[in-house]
Design a protein around this ligand. Structure first.
Ligand code: CA
Length: 132
């Protein structure tokens, strides 16, 4: 069973994602700020992180950068949630290492499908070719 860390300060969105992932047999934990997300990612080692960009304090871009910079969290797949076109440009432009991104408002079913796809890619990557 896969553990998903949901990082988003809007509780309604957290609940929506949580509900849909848990219906698809994922286990979820939530973080409501960037600082909390970094701590939780390190402590709980989730299989996947869903990361909103607009967070109080440390934003999603910075969280992504810091996760990628630390060996313990560098390989955890990340799906970023963006509210605006400029944020997508920034994700792509900064080469933050996000595995996928979705724009708000998003379809929860599509998010679940993408979460599964990202995890499948990760698994096949691991069995496919040794150390990367
Ligand atoms: Ca937010």
């Amino acid at each position: 069973m896969s553990l998903v860390l949901i990082v988003e300060d809007e509780k309604d969105i957290v609940e929506l994602i949580k509900y849909n992932l848990e219906r698809s047999a994922f286990t979820t934990i939530a973080a409501y700020s960037g600082e909390e997300a970094l701590k939780s990612a390190k402590d709980k080692k989730p299989d996947l992180i869903i990361l909103d960009i607009m967070l109080p304090g440390v934003d999603g871009f910075e969280v992504c950068k810091q996760l990628r910079a630390q060996p313990e969290t560098a390989n955890i797949p990340i799906i970023m949630l963006t509210a605006r076109r400029e944020e997508i440009d920034k994700i792509l432009g900064l080469e933050l290492g996000a595995d996928d991104y979705m724009t708000k408002p998003f379809s929860p079913r599509e998010l679940v499908a993408r979460a599964k796809a990202v995890l499948r890619r990760k698994v096949s990557g691991e069995t496919g070719g040794g150390e990367v």
